[in-house]
Design a protein around this ligand. Sequence first.
Ligand SMILES: Cc1ncc(COP(=O)(O)O)c(C=O)c1O
Length: 386
Amino acid sequence: MSYMAQRVANFGTTIFAEMTALANTHNAINLGQGFPDFTAPHFMKEAAAQAIWDDVNQYAPANGRPQLREAIAQKMANFYGLSPDPQTEIIVTHGATEAIFATIMGLVNPGDEVIVFEPFYDSYLPVIQIAGGVPRFYTLRPPQWEIDEATLAALFTERTKLIIINTPHNPTGKVFSQAELALIARLCQQHDVIAMTDEVYEHLVFDGRQHLTLASFPGMAERTVTISSLGKTFSVTGWKVGWTIAQRSLSQAIFRAHQFVTFCGAAPLQEAAASAVSSPPAFYSDLTQFYAQKRNFLLDALRSAGLEPIAPSGTYFVMVDIAHLGFASDVAFCRYLTQEIGVAAIPPSAFYHNPADGAGLARFAFCKEEKTLEEAARRLQRLKSG
Ligand SMILES: Cc1ncc(COP(=O)(O)O)c(C=O)c1O
Protein backbone atom coordinates (compact mmCIF):
# COMPACT_ATOMS: atom_id res chain seq x y z
CA MET A 1 0.00 0.00 0.00
CA SER A 2 1.28 3.49 -0.84
CA TYR A 3 1.41 6.09 1.89
CA MET A 4 1.49 8.87 -0.66
CA ALA A 5 -1.40 11.34 -0.64
CA GLN A 6 -3.49 11.48 -3.79
CA ARG A 7 -2.82 15.18 -4.25
CA VAL A 8 0.84 14.51 -5.08
CA ALA A 9 0.63 10.97 -6.43
CA ASN A 10 0.61 11.93 -10.12
CA PHE A 11 3.31 14.61 -9.98
CA GLY A 12 6.30 12.35 -10.70
CA THR A 13 9.78 13.86 -10.50
CA THR A 14 10.78 16.89 -12.53
CA ILE A 15 12.44 16.50 -15.90
CA PHE A 16 15.32 18.68 -14.63
CA ALA A 17 16.33 16.11 -12.03
CA GLU A 18 16.14 13.31 -14.61
CA MET A 19 18.21 15.13 -17.26
CA THR A 20 20.78 16.36 -14.73
CA ALA A 21 21.25 12.78 -13.46
CA LEU A 22 21.68 11.57 -17.06
CA ALA A 23 24.14 14.41 -17.78
CA ASN A 24 26.19 13.47 -14.71
CA THR A 25 26.23 9.78 -15.61
CA HIS A 26 27.53 10.56 -19.12
CA ASN A 27 29.79 13.46 -18.19
CA ALA A 28 27.78 15.68 -20.49
CA ILE A 29 27.95 19.48 -20.57
CA ASN A 30 24.71 20.41 -18.84
CA LEU A 31 22.87 23.01 -20.93
CA GLY A 32 19.64 21.60 -19.50
CA GLN A 33 18.88 23.08 -16.12
CA GLY A 34 18.91 26.89 -16.02
CA PHE A 35 21.47 27.69 -13.36
CA PRO A 36 24.60 29.80 -13.89
CA ASP A 37 27.89 27.90 -13.50
CA PHE A 38 29.81 31.13 -12.79
CA THR A 39 30.38 33.07 -9.58
CA ALA A 40 27.88 35.45 -8.01
CA PRO A 41 28.69 39.19 -7.73
CA HIS A 42 31.39 39.76 -5.11
CA PHE A 43 29.53 42.58 -3.35
CA MET A 44 26.57 40.29 -2.70
CA LYS A 45 28.70 37.57 -1.16
CA GLU A 46 30.32 40.18 1.08
CA ALA A 47 26.92 41.60 2.04
CA ALA A 48 25.61 38.11 2.94
CA ALA A 49 28.73 37.25 4.97
CA GLN A 50 28.57 40.63 6.71
CA ALA A 51 24.89 40.11 7.59
CA ILE A 52 25.76 36.81 9.25
CA TRP A 53 28.67 38.39 11.15
CA ASP A 54 26.28 41.19 12.18
CA ASP A 55 24.02 38.48 13.59
CA VAL A 56 21.12 38.97 11.24
CA ASN A 57 20.45 35.38 12.13
CA GLN A 58 16.95 35.27 13.58
CA TYR A 59 13.55 35.20 11.89
CA ALA A 60 12.90 38.01 9.44
CA PRO A 61 9.46 39.67 9.65
CA ALA A 62 7.06 37.36 7.84
CA ASN A 63 6.59 39.86 4.99
CA GLY A 64 10.37 40.34 4.66
CA ARG A 65 13.14 42.58 6.03
CA PRO A 66 12.05 46.22 5.70
CA GLN A 67 15.26 47.25 3.88
CA LEU A 68 14.55 44.70 1.18
CA ARG A 69 10.89 45.67 0.78
CA GLU A 70 11.93 49.31 0.50
CA ALA A 71 14.61 48.46 -2.08
CA ILE A 72 12.06 46.50 -4.14
CA ALA A 73 9.60 49.42 -4.02
CA GLN A 74 12.36 51.79 -5.15
CA LYS A 75 13.34 49.47 -8.01
CA MET A 76 9.71 49.27 -9.18
CA ALA A 77 9.62 53.09 -9.19
CA ASN A 78 12.94 53.38 -11.08
CA PHE A 79 12.20 50.79 -13.75
CA TYR A 80 8.43 50.88 -14.18
CA GLY A 81 7.13 54.08 -12.57
CA LEU A 82 5.13 52.08 -10.02
CA SER A 83 4.92 52.93 -6.32
CA PRO A 84 3.93 49.87 -4.27
CA ASP A 85 3.66 50.44 -0.52
CA PRO A 86 6.54 48.48 1.04
CA GLN A 87 4.54 47.96 4.25
CA THR A 88 1.38 46.46 2.80
CA GLU A 89 1.95 45.59 -0.85
CA ILE A 90 5.23 43.64 -0.93
CA ILE A 91 5.85 40.18 0.54
CA VAL A 92 9.30 38.58 0.47
CA THR A 93 9.12 34.85 -0.22
CA HIS A 94 11.41 31.84 -0.50
CA GLY A 95 12.15 32.40 -4.17
CA ALA A 96 9.62 32.98 -6.92
CA THR A 97 8.61 29.34 -6.48
CA GLU A 98 7.08 30.05 -3.10
CA ALA A 99 5.60 33.30 -4.39
CA ILE A 100 3.80 31.31 -7.11
CA PHE A 101 2.60 28.75 -4.56
CA ALA A 102 1.35 31.33 -2.03
CA THR A 103 -0.36 33.41 -4.74
CA ILE A 104 -2.28 30.49 -6.22
CA MET A 105 -3.12 29.00 -2.80
CA GLY A 106 -4.22 32.42 -1.55
CA LEU A 107 -6.41 33.29 -4.52
CA VAL A 108 -7.76 30.19 -6.28
CA ASN A 109 -10.80 28.29 -4.98
CA PRO A 110 -11.69 24.74 -6.02
CA GLY A 111 -13.41 24.92 -9.41
CA ASP A 112 -11.93 28.32 -10.34
CA GLU A 113 -10.44 28.41 -13.80
CA VAL A 114 -6.85 29.52 -14.33
CA ILE A 115 -5.59 30.48 -17.80
CA VAL A 116 -2.02 29.31 -18.44
CA PHE A 117 0.17 29.88 -21.49
CA GLU A 118 1.99 26.74 -22.53
CA PRO A 119 4.75 25.70 -22.66
CA PHE A 120 4.53 26.59 -18.95
CA TYR A 121 7.03 26.80 -16.11
CA ASP A 122 6.74 23.46 -14.40
CA SER A 123 5.45 24.50 -10.99
CA TYR A 124 2.27 26.25 -12.20
CA LEU A 125 0.20 23.18 -12.98
CA PRO A 126 0.82 21.14 -9.81
CA VAL A 127 0.02 24.17 -7.65
CA ILE A 128 -3.20 24.89 -9.56
CA GLN A 129 -4.12 21.22 -9.05
CA ILE A 130 -3.36 21.31 -5.31
CA ALA A 131 -5.61 24.38 -5.03
CA GLY A 132 -8.38 22.49 -6.87
CA GLY A 133 -8.28 24.98 -9.76
CA VAL A 134 -9.03 24.05 -13.36
CA PRO A 135 -6.27 24.94 -15.85
CA ARG A 136 -7.25 26.29 -19.28
CA PHE A 137 -4.40 26.33 -21.76
CA TYR A 138 -3.30 28.76 -24.44
CA THR A 139 -0.72 26.99 -26.60
CA LEU A 140 2.05 29.25 -27.92
CA ARG A 141 3.31 27.96 -31.29
CA PRO A 142 6.80 28.30 -32.77
CA PRO A 143 8.51 30.12 -34.28
CA GLN A 144 6.70 33.39 -33.38
CA TRP A 145 4.89 32.24 -30.21
CA GLU A 146 2.35 35.00 -30.87
CA ILE A 147 -1.08 35.37 -29.29
CA ASP A 148 -4.27 35.21 -31.29
CA GLU A 149 -6.88 37.51 -29.80
CA ALA A 150 -9.97 35.40 -30.48
CA THR A 151 -8.37 32.19 -29.18
CA LEU A 152 -7.29 33.87 -25.95
CA ALA A 153 -10.62 35.67 -25.48
CA ALA A 154 -12.46 32.34 -25.82
CA LEU A 155 -10.64 30.98 -22.77
CA PHE A 156 -12.19 33.60 -20.47
CA THR A 157 -15.43 32.41 -18.84
CA GLU A 158 -17.43 33.47 -15.79
CA ARG A 159 -15.43 30.90 -13.78
CA THR A 160 -12.02 32.38 -14.70
CA LYS A 161 -10.26 33.67 -11.58
CA LEU A 162 -6.65 34.02 -12.62
CA ILE A 163 -4.41 34.27 -15.68
CA ILE A 164 -0.71 33.45 -15.39
CA ILE A 165 1.71 35.40 -17.57
CA ASN A 166 5.42 34.67 -17.64
CA THR A 167 7.37 37.39 -19.45
CA PRO A 168 10.15 37.08 -20.53
CA HIS A 169 8.93 33.56 -21.07
CA ASN A 170 10.68 30.33 -20.11
CA PRO A 171 11.24 28.20 -22.21
CA THR A 172 10.45 30.06 -25.46
CA GLY A 173 12.37 33.30 -24.79
CA LYS A 174 9.27 35.25 -25.86
CA VAL A 175 8.93 38.78 -24.50
CA PHE A 176 5.25 39.74 -24.38
CA SER A 177 4.61 42.84 -26.49
CA GLN A 178 2.77 46.04 -25.57
CA ALA A 179 -0.18 44.95 -27.72
CA GLU A 180 -0.34 41.47 -26.17
CA LEU A 181 -0.24 42.80 -22.62
CA ALA A 182 -2.84 45.47 -23.49
CA LEU A 183 -5.09 42.68 -24.79
CA ILE A 184 -4.60 40.68 -21.59
CA ALA A 185 -5.28 43.81 -19.51
CA ARG A 186 -8.51 44.47 -21.41
CA LEU A 187 -9.73 40.87 -21.03
CA CYS A 188 -8.86 40.80 -17.31
CA GLN A 189 -10.88 43.95 -16.68
CA GLN A 190 -13.76 42.85 -18.88
CA HIS A 191 -14.06 39.51 -17.01
CA ASP A 192 -12.92 40.63 -13.54
CA VAL A 193 -9.89 38.35 -13.63
CA ILE A 194 -6.67 38.65 -11.59
CA ALA A 195 -3.28 38.39 -13.35
CA MET A 196 -0.21 36.75 -11.85
CA THR A 197 2.90 37.81 -13.76
CA ASP A 198 6.08 35.83 -13.29
CA GLU A 199 8.87 38.24 -14.22
CA VAL A 200 11.96 36.45 -12.90
CA TYR A 201 13.77 37.14 -16.23
CA GLU A 202 12.77 40.84 -16.27
CA HIS A 203 16.38 41.98 -16.77
CA LEU A 204 17.31 39.46 -19.49
CA VAL A 205 15.89 41.10 -22.62
CA PHE A 206 17.85 41.47 -25.88
CA ASP A 207 18.00 43.34 -29.19
CA GLY A 208 16.78 46.62 -27.72
CA ARG A 209 13.47 45.05 -26.68
CA GLN A 210 11.95 46.27 -23.42
CA HIS A 211 10.41 44.26 -20.60
CA LEU A 212 6.93 45.61 -19.83
CA THR A 213 5.24 44.90 -16.53
CA LEU A 214 1.49 44.29 -16.68
CA ALA A 215 0.85 46.14 -13.40
CA SER A 216 1.82 49.40 -15.13
CA PHE A 217 -1.02 49.12 -17.67
CA PRO A 218 -4.08 51.29 -16.92
CA GLY A 219 -6.44 49.59 -14.46
CA MET A 220 -4.06 46.67 -13.82
CA ALA A 221 -2.17 47.65 -10.64
CA GLU A 222 -5.25 46.71 -8.60
CA ARG A 223 -5.64 43.27 -10.19
CA THR A 224 -2.05 42.13 -10.79
CA VAL A 225 0.30 40.11 -8.62
CA THR A 226 3.84 40.79 -9.84
CA ILE A 227 6.38 38.11 -8.96
CA SER A 228 10.13 38.29 -9.30
CA SER A 229 13.26 37.02 -7.56
CA LEU A 230 16.98 37.40 -7.17
CA GLY A 231 18.09 34.11 -8.73
CA LYS A 232 18.37 34.93 -12.44
CA THR A 233 19.34 38.60 -12.26
CA PHE A 234 22.09 38.10 -9.68
CA SER A 235 23.22 34.54 -10.56
CA VAL A 236 22.20 33.16 -7.16
CA THR A 237 19.49 30.63 -7.94
CA GLY A 238 20.25 28.79 -4.68
CA TRP A 239 19.60 31.81 -2.47
CA LYS A 240 15.86 31.57 -3.08
CA VAL A 241 14.88 35.15 -2.36
CA GLY A 242 11.73 36.19 -4.20
CA TRP A 243 8.76 38.49 -3.74
CA THR A 244 5.18 39.34 -4.63
CA ILE A 245 3.89 42.83 -5.28
CA ALA A 246 0.13 43.36 -5.21
CA GLN A 247 -2.46 45.77 -3.82
CA ARG A 248 -3.38 45.32 -0.20
CA SER A 249 -6.30 42.87 -0.37
CA LEU A 250 -4.49 40.58 -2.83
CA SER A 251 -1.37 40.76 -0.65
CA GLN A 252 -3.42 39.80 2.41
CA ALA A 253 -4.65 36.67 0.65
CA ILE A 254 -1.10 35.75 -0.44
CA PHE A 255 0.23 36.43 3.04
CA ARG A 256 -2.26 34.01 4.64
CA ALA A 257 -0.78 31.19 2.61
CA HIS A 258 2.83 32.39 2.87
CA GLN A 259 2.82 32.56 6.69
CA PHE A 260 2.13 28.84 6.93
CA VAL A 261 4.40 27.73 4.08
CA THR A 262 7.70 29.24 5.21
CA PHE A 263 6.71 32.13 7.53
CA CYS A 264 9.89 33.87 6.28
CA GLY A 265 12.94 33.30 4.09
CA ALA A 266 16.60 33.39 5.17
CA ALA A 267 17.18 36.70 7.00
CA PRO A 268 20.87 37.33 6.14
CA LEU A 269 20.23 36.63 2.45
CA GLN A 270 17.35 39.11 2.52
CA GLU A 271 19.78 41.65 3.92
CA ALA A 272 22.23 41.01 1.07
CA ALA A 273 19.32 41.06 -1.38
CA ALA A 274 18.51 44.62 -0.34
CA SER A 275 21.92 45.79 -1.58
CA ALA A 276 21.62 43.70 -4.75
CA VAL A 277 18.20 45.10 -5.64
CA SER A 278 19.58 48.62 -5.08
CA SER A 279 22.26 48.09 -7.78
CA PRO A 280 22.88 51.06 -10.09
CA PRO A 281 21.45 50.99 -13.65
CA ALA A 282 24.89 50.02 -15.05
CA PHE A 283 24.65 46.64 -13.29
CA TYR A 284 21.52 45.78 -15.26
CA SER A 285 22.79 47.02 -18.63
CA ASP A 286 26.07 45.13 -18.17
CA LEU A 287 24.04 42.00 -17.40
CA THR A 288 22.06 42.33 -20.61
CA GLN A 289 25.25 42.70 -22.66
CA PHE A 290 26.90 39.80 -20.86
CA TYR A 291 23.97 37.51 -21.69
CA ALA A 292 23.46 38.85 -25.22
CA GLN A 293 27.01 37.67 -26.04
CA LYS A 294 26.32 34.23 -24.60
CA ARG A 295 23.06 33.99 -26.51
CA ASN A 296 24.77 34.90 -29.78
CA PHE A 297 27.56 32.41 -29.15
CA LEU A 298 25.12 29.57 -28.50
CA LEU A 299 22.94 30.50 -31.50
CA ASP A 300 26.04 30.37 -33.74
CA ALA A 301 27.16 27.06 -32.20
CA LEU A 302 23.76 25.48 -32.74
CA ARG A 303 23.50 26.73 -36.33
CA SER A 304 26.99 25.59 -37.16
CA ALA A 305 26.10 22.11 -35.84
CA GLY A 306 23.25 22.03 -38.37
CA LEU A 307 20.46 22.73 -35.86
CA GLU A 308 17.68 25.30 -36.21
CA PRO A 309 17.50 27.52 -33.12
CA ILE A 310 14.63 29.97 -32.64
CA ALA A 311 16.35 33.18 -31.47
CA PRO A 312 14.94 34.22 -28.07
CA SER A 313 14.16 37.90 -27.25
CA GLY A 314 14.64 37.28 -23.54
CA THR A 315 15.58 34.77 -20.76
CA TYR A 316 18.69 32.59 -20.92
CA PHE A 317 17.14 29.81 -22.99
CA VAL A 318 17.07 28.91 -26.67
CA MET A 319 14.48 26.60 -28.19
CA VAL A 320 15.61 24.50 -31.14
CA ASP A 321 13.30 23.06 -33.77
CA ILE A 322 14.19 19.36 -33.97
CA ALA A 323 11.02 18.17 -35.71
CA HIS A 324 12.78 17.30 -38.99
CA LEU A 325 15.69 15.38 -37.41
CA GLY A 326 13.92 12.04 -37.37
CA PHE A 327 13.79 11.36 -33.62
CA ALA A 328 10.71 9.73 -32.10
CA SER A 329 10.33 12.62 -29.65
CA ASP A 330 12.12 15.45 -27.86
CA VAL A 331 12.90 13.02 -25.01
CA ALA A 332 14.58 10.61 -27.46
CA PHE A 333 16.58 13.50 -28.99
CA CYS A 334 17.69 14.86 -25.59
CA ARG A 335 18.72 11.39 -24.42
CA TYR A 336 20.73 10.86 -27.61
CA LEU A 337 22.34 14.29 -27.30
CA THR A 338 23.32 13.66 -23.67
CA GLN A 339 24.57 10.12 -24.11
CA GLU A 340 26.16 10.23 -27.58
CA ILE A 341 27.10 13.87 -28.13
CA GLY A 342 27.85 14.81 -24.51
CA VAL A 343 25.57 17.85 -24.25
CA ALA A 344 22.41 17.83 -22.13
CA ALA A 345 19.28 19.79 -23.09
CA ILE A 346 15.72 19.73 -21.74
CA PRO A 347 12.86 18.08 -23.65
CA PRO A 348 10.07 20.69 -23.54
CA SER A 349 7.17 18.24 -23.91
CA ALA A 350 7.09 18.26 -20.08
CA PHE A 351 5.91 21.88 -20.32
CA TYR A 352 2.75 21.13 -22.35
CA HIS A 353 -0.47 19.47 -21.17
CA ASN A 354 -0.40 17.56 -24.44
CA PRO A 355 3.25 16.40 -24.67
CA ALA A 356 2.99 16.00 -28.46
CA ASP A 357 2.95 19.82 -28.76
CA GLY A 358 6.53 19.97 -27.48
CA ALA A 359 7.86 16.82 -29.13
CA GLY A 360 9.56 18.74 -31.97
CA LEU A 361 11.57 21.05 -29.71
CA ALA A 362 14.59 21.04 -27.37
CA ARG A 363 15.60 23.72 -24.85
CA PHE A 364 19.21 24.80 -24.29
CA ALA A 365 20.41 27.15 -21.51
CA PHE A 366 23.23 29.64 -22.09
CA CYS A 367 23.74 30.85 -18.49
CA LYS A 368 27.15 29.18 -18.58
CA GLU A 369 30.79 30.20 -18.53
CA GLU A 370 32.48 30.87 -21.85
CA LYS A 371 34.56 27.71 -21.56
CA THR A 372 31.45 25.60 -20.87
CA LEU A 373 29.73 27.01 -23.95
CA GLU A 374 32.88 26.55 -26.06
CA GLU A 375 33.15 22.89 -25.06
CA ALA A 376 29.44 22.41 -25.78
CA ALA A 377 29.95 24.01 -29.21
CA ARG A 378 32.86 21.68 -29.94
CA ARG A 379 30.85 18.61 -28.97
CA LEU A 380 27.78 19.72 -30.92
CA GLN A 381 29.88 19.53 -34.09
CA ARG A 382 29.71 15.74 -33.65
CA LEU A 383 26.06 15.96 -34.67
CA LYS A 384 27.23 16.51 -38.23
CA SER A 385 28.91 13.14 -38.37
CA GLY A 386 26.15 11.38 -36.39
C1 LIG B 1 9.58 31.10 -15.19
C2 LIG B 1 10.17 30.80 -13.86
N1 LIG B 1 9.50 31.14 -12.75
C3 LIG B 1 9.98 30.89 -11.53
C4 LIG B 1 11.20 30.27 -11.36
C5 LIG B 1 11.69 29.96 -9.97
O1 LIG B 1 12.35 31.04 -9.43
P1 LIG B 1 13.08 30.91 -8.01
O2 LIG B 1 14.36 30.19 -8.25
O3 LIG B 1 13.27 32.34 -7.58
O4 LIG B 1 12.18 30.17 -7.10
C6 LIG B 1 11.94 29.88 -12.47
C7 LIG B 1 13.23 29.18 -12.31
O5 LIG B 1 13.71 28.50 -13.18
C8 LIG B 1 11.42 30.16 -13.76
O6 LIG B 1 12.09 29.81 -14.86
